[in-house]
Design a protein around this ligand. Structure first.
Ligand SMILES: [Zn+2]
Length: 343
């Protein structure tokens, strides 16, 4: 468990938009070429790739079957809310009549069994993601890039922008190994190869960055935390949406990886971990719950400024974090009662 957590944290999806080297390169280039050239570049970049914030050049324009959409609220949230209710009742009954301890014991066993099953699934996906690793050779590069571009066409109805290069490699950004990165100034996506489905998911995440409006805002001066958060949340929605355009087998494997990443992020956030990528995953999930599917959520997040976010989405984020925390508190309380001397 400890080992898994250590390994897992090493492979935590760390999507960094701006490679410091790339950014410094842009600054130096703009100085050496002069402001006029930079303005030309600015103009060119604005018009040929992104479109405008109000009218993005690319978006997901195919709908998916909303009944298939799985979110934290629908998967873990529903489970935890039921547990919270059951634990509250069992604890109340035990406190009024300690003879009812066996009910509490039984409930706790049932919860632990469920957690065990979830943990086994988590480990299976984790192990699968460790196995069947792709190499960054040209054959794998071509097969991932080809599949990602086909997926892009299915999602947006448009050909993948040929000026954005997609390749497998080992993205190291500021000395930190990450799963992928999009460098807008180089118009290049680099994805660290894992197994096929995971690599495809990472590719779609970075492609999401290449078409959402927050990337452009950040490239041209808006480096606020909120813009970073919106950019990341948009990319998570795009990766999530992409799963639904795959064949059933690939979809299942991609969705499992996405869900486990989400579960881990809610858990880490509830434990006080501060990281915009974790917040962004929770935000993308809340937006998906709010709209009922990741496609509409992406269309909304890709162009909405943080300050205009629907309050219901912010409320859902808090709620998902707090139900996780609440069920943990109640579970610990029950465990402590049963462990206490005399019990
Ligand atoms: Zn990202």
């Amino acid at each position: 468990m400890e080992k898994n957590q250590t390994n897992k944290s090493k492979r935590t999806r760390k999507k960094i938009l701006f490679n410091l080297v790339g950014f410094l390169g842009l600054v130096l280039t703009s100085i050496s070429l002069g402001v006029k050239k930079f303005q030309d570049y600015h103009q060119d970049f604005q018009t040929d790739h992104f479109g405008t914030r109000e009218n993005p050049a690319y978006t997901v324009n195919k709908s998916i079957n909303e009944q298939d959409t799985e979110t934290y609220s629908s998967f873990y949230g529903a489970l935890y809310e039921k547990r919270i209710k059951d634990l509250e009742i069992a604890l109340r009954e035990y406190k009024s009549d300690p003879k009812l301890k066996s009910n509490l014991e039984q409930l706790l066993k049932q919860i632990n069994d469920e957690d065990q099953r979830l943990m086994e699934e988590y480990q299976l996906v984790f192990l699968r993601n460790q196995d069947n690793q792709l190499n960054a050779d040209s054959e794998n590069n071509d097969s991932v890039a080809k599949r990602a571009k086909t997926l892009f066409l299915s999602m947006t109805g448009k050909e993948y922008p040929p000026e954005i290069k997609l390749r497998l490699g080992r993205p190291i950004i500021n000395g930190e190994e990450v799963q992928g990165g999009y460098q807008p100034t180089k118009r290049r996506i680099t994805v660290y190869p894992s197994n096929f489905e995971d690599t495809l998911l990472s590719s779609m995440h970075e492609i999401g960055h290449s078409i959402e409006a927050h990337t452009k805002d950040r490239l041209f001066g808006n480096h606020s935390y909120e813009e970073q958060l919106m950019s990341e949340a948009s990319a998570y929605c795009f990766q999530n949406a992409s799963c639904y355009f795959e064949d059933p087998k690939t979809r299942k494997l991609m969705l499992q990886t996405h869900r486990i990443e989400l579960f881990e992020d809610v858990m880490l956030s509830s434990r006080g971990r501060k990281d915009y990528r974790i917040e962004a995953m929770i935000l993308s999930d809340a937006a998906t719950t709010h709209f009922g599917n990741p496609v509409t959520a992406f269309q909304y997040l890709q162009k909405t400024p943080y300050r205009e976010l629907d309050p219901d989405i912010l409320h859902l984020m808090q709620r998902n974090k707090s139900i996780f925390l609440r069920q943990n508190q109640l579970k610990t309380e029950a465990e402590n009662i049963l462990r206490a001397p005399g019990n």
